[in-house]
Design a protein around this ligand. Structure first.
Ligand code: MGD
Ligand code: MGD
Ligand code: MO
Length: 671
């Protein structure tokens, strides 16, 4: 007998697809896109279709039992142990670390390996109670953008409702690549609109190719480009003076900088032709216009400044607070009223949580005084974090007690003392709160986890018990939490109804952000000039800065999302590996020629952080001076036992202690 169950994809992806799982006699046979879901429309993206019908459901590939390391870290030898033994050993080692060096000597790194609510937030209850040092999650991804947009708008998580596109005349996608990172937005939302689509990206990826206008700035020059567009807008009388007067502060302070940002200077700084700057500026200013600021955009040495500069565009053209207009970075819980703070129970903290940046993880873990124990969950730092070589050395410390919690034996798990097997999203109930569309979705259990694997929340309830903690919050059941969250949201449905429908759209009419003209900044207005930014050591207003081009035959390396991988989550799927082929670096044919590199041949790519051998691929989607190598490969599955992050020096962006990985400068020579 075949039955079909609705559930939802909890990956860190803009799309947030609805899923239908087909079971025969209670056994899952296929994982498909939900035909009734407004985003997936019956189709999963190609990578999830492969992985969810491949390695994610392959019990042989999955971790099934807790493991304990035998021998030294370099041996990578593990033996199964019982949950009780694993938990007892962890508790004992944590107690010893607390006694000798305090709870802050226990570090934990986590990110968005799964974004479902309980699996990502509930474990924080344990770490809050413990008093562990948190490796600030967003520093690996998007924290510069969060800080920057908060200066300007007072929030970085109240983006436009994608539904409002019906009233838009222009959609500008700046530094995001939906064709990889939001495949359904690429093939439906952007393809079906009658609005003019402008893509701003150094790479001519499929979304840029499909756009009406593609501006191709050199990486790290976007602030100069935004100023150049503002120059044209002001020169042509297209600014919205009423909006500026009543809803912004700092216009006079930025005007002289805009005056100076002539199209000629902008072209010289960014490489974007004057005619294209003018065409895009006119189209955007006429509006109503949407501005989607990607996360790739801010992974730059001056990424915070870039985001602030771009965020001035909607403010001076009145493209805020009305239908068809707005700016989107990410959407938080926002109007859905999801109380994620309740799920993470910050009241369990006994002192403010000590935090470090991912940019400092390798140094912190290398230091026996700072780090006695390390937990890595929902994350595979040995693949995704900067300074891969130093990080691996630090993880090799025999006296660093390490716990990895994952579905798979990742590169990070290879360094663990104890590996705990986690259940996948198909194996427990949870909530999915997508971060682009304003829907609410159910993650529904369709089968039991393999072997003894457990969902994250249950793992952390057991850890709390092993530590002997008395606080009842640490033991609250999943269903109870889901009920409380949904009832507090006031959205009018419970988990059973949501599970039945898969996804509910609580807002049939597009939500218009800032419709009341109020912004959660100190002045209540859009802060083009920000006193808080100034107090934090930044210029009062964004600057028309452009990074200089690499010299002496060096190139700027971009390592964004691949259409076939989901960060590093699918790097171990055999079919995904076939699609991505050997580890490669894409270059403009003219650069390859200058550097005497041949298509298909190996090259040594080096940066100040390290080096790696990659296969050269010539492609004219990459502009001159730029190199492209996708993130997400599993180091141990390649002959180099490393990936592109061996080149990432971990230098910080200008804000948020955040990654500037797209600012990496490399030299390439034939192997
Ligand atoms: N060079 C370069 N590096 C980058 C980036 C870049 O642009 N360039 N981007 C950065 C960005 S934006 C990000 S977000 C990071 C992402 O880096 P990571 O967070 O390391 O990658 P993910 O693939 O999201 O998730 C990691 C792990 O979570 C596990 N997982 C999935 N579901 C569960 C679960 O339910 N429980 C548990 N315990 N584990 C689970 C997966 O099996 C996977 O091993 O990488 C960063 N690294
Ligand atoms: N298939 C797939 N989807 C994913 C992910 C994945 O790994 N694979 N990862 C998920 C995660 S964690 C995140 S954070 C998002 C990220 O998704 P996006 O927001 O799309 O960000 P990136 O993929 O890092 O980069 C997007 C684009 O930014 C461009 N870019 C780089 N530097 C600059 C610059 O200086 N200026 C401009 N204008 N553009 C620049 C890159 O060329 C790239 O095309 O995607 C999510 N979705
Ligand atoms: Mo990310």
């Amino acid at each position: 007998m075949t039955d079909r169950i609705r559930t939802s994809c909890p990956r860190d992806c803009y799309d947030g697809c609805g899923i239908v799982v087909e079971r025969v006699a209670g056994r899952v046979v296929r994982v498909l896109g939900d035909p009734d879901h407004p985003v997936s429309r019956g189709k999963l993206c190609q990578k999830c279709a492969l992985a969810y019908n491949g390695v994610w459901r392959d019990p042989e590939a999955r971790l099934q039992r807790p493991l304990r390391r035998r021998g030294s870290k370099s041996d990578r030898h593990f033996e199964p142990i019982s949950w009780d033994d694993a938990l007892a050993e962890i508790a004992d080692r944590l107690e010893r670390a607390i006694e000798s060096h305090g709870p802050e000597s226990i570090l934990h790194a986590h990110y968005t390996g799964t974004c479902s609510l309980l699996a990502s937030e509930f474990p924080l209850r344990f770490f809050h109670r413990l008093g562990a040092t948190e490796v600030e999650p967003d520093t690996i991804c998007n924290n510069a953008g969060h800080e920057a947009l908060t200066y300007v708008l007072g929030t970085s998580v109240d983006g436009f409702d994608p539904k409002t596109i019906v009233d838009s005349r222009c959609v500008m996608v700046w530094g995001a690549n939906p064709s990889a990172s939001a495949p359904h937005a690429h093939s439906h939302w952007l393809r079906e609109t009658s609005a003019t689509v402008i893509a701003v990206d150094p790479i001519r990826h499929a979304s840029a190719e499909q756009a009406d206008i593609h501006l191709q700035p050199f990486p790290g020059t976007d602030a100069a480009l935004a100023f150049g567009m503002m120059h044209v807008i002001r020169r042509e009388g297209l600014i919205d003076e009423g909006f500026i007067a009543s809803h912004t502060v700092g216009w006079q302070e930025i005007e002289p900088l805009i005056e100076d940002a002539t199209p000629r200077r902008t072209e010289a700084a960014t490489g974007v032709p004057i005619a294209a700057i003018e065409e895009a500026a006119r189209c955007y200013a006429a509006g109503p216009s949407l501005l989607w600021l990607g996360q790739g955009l801010q992974r730059q040495p001056r990424g915070g400044n870039v985001m602030r500069a771009c965020a001035v565009l909607p403010a001076i053209t009145g493209n805020l607070g009305k239908a068809g207009a707005g700016i989107c970075y990410l959407n938080g819980d926002g109007p859905r009223n999801i109380d994620s703070d309740y799920v993470s129970a910050s009241q369990l903290k006994r002192a403010p949580t000590p935090k470090i940046s991912h940019m400092d993880l390798a140094d912190a873990l290398a230091d026996p005084e700072r780090a006695r124990a390390f937990f890595c969950w929902n994350m595979n730092v040995a693949a995704s974090a900067p300074r891969q070589r130093e990080l691996r050395e630090a993880l090799s410390r025999e006296d660093l007690f390490t716990v990895a919690i994952d579905l798979f034996q990742t590169d990070t798990a290879d360094y663990a003392d104890i590996v705990l097997p986690a259940a996948s999203f198909l194996e427990f109930d949870d909530l999915v709160i997508p971060y682009f569309h304003l829907y609410v979705s159910a993650q529904v259990k369709v089968e039991d986890p393999p072997g003894e694997a457990l969902p994250n929340p249950e793992i952390f309830r057991r850890l709390s018990r092993a530590m002997g903690y008395p606080e009842p919050e640490l033991y609250e059941g999943d269903r109870e939490i889901l009920d409380v969250v949904l009832s507090r949201s006031g959205l009018g449905f419970d988990f059973d109804e949501l599970a039945d429908r898969g996804t509910i759209d609580p807002f049939p009419d597009p939500v218009i952000r800032f419709a009341d003209g109020k912004f959660p900044t100190p002045s209540g207005r859009v802060e083009i000039a920000s006193e808080i930014a100034e107090a934090n050591g930044h210029p009062r207003v964004p600057q028309p800065h452009a990074d200089s081009r690499p010299r002496d035959g060096q190139l700027r390396l971009l390592s964004p999302a691949s259409e076939w991988m989901m960060n590093d989550s699918y790097g171990n799927d055999a079919n995904v590996r076939r699609k991505i082929g050997p580890a490669s670096i894409y270059l403009n044919p003219a650069d390859a020629k200058t550097l005497a590199l041949k298509d298909g041949e190996p090259a040594i790519v080096s940066s100040k952080a390290g080096q790696i051998e990659l296969r050269v691929r010539c492609s004219d989607i990459v502009p001159r001076g730029v190199a492209l190598a996708y993130k997400g490969r599993w180091p141990k599955l390649d002959a180099t036992t490393s990936n592109v992050n061996v080149l990432n020096s971990g230098e910080r962006a200008d804000m948020g202690e955040s990654s500037s990985v797209h600012g990496t400068i490399v030299r390439i020579a034939a192997a």
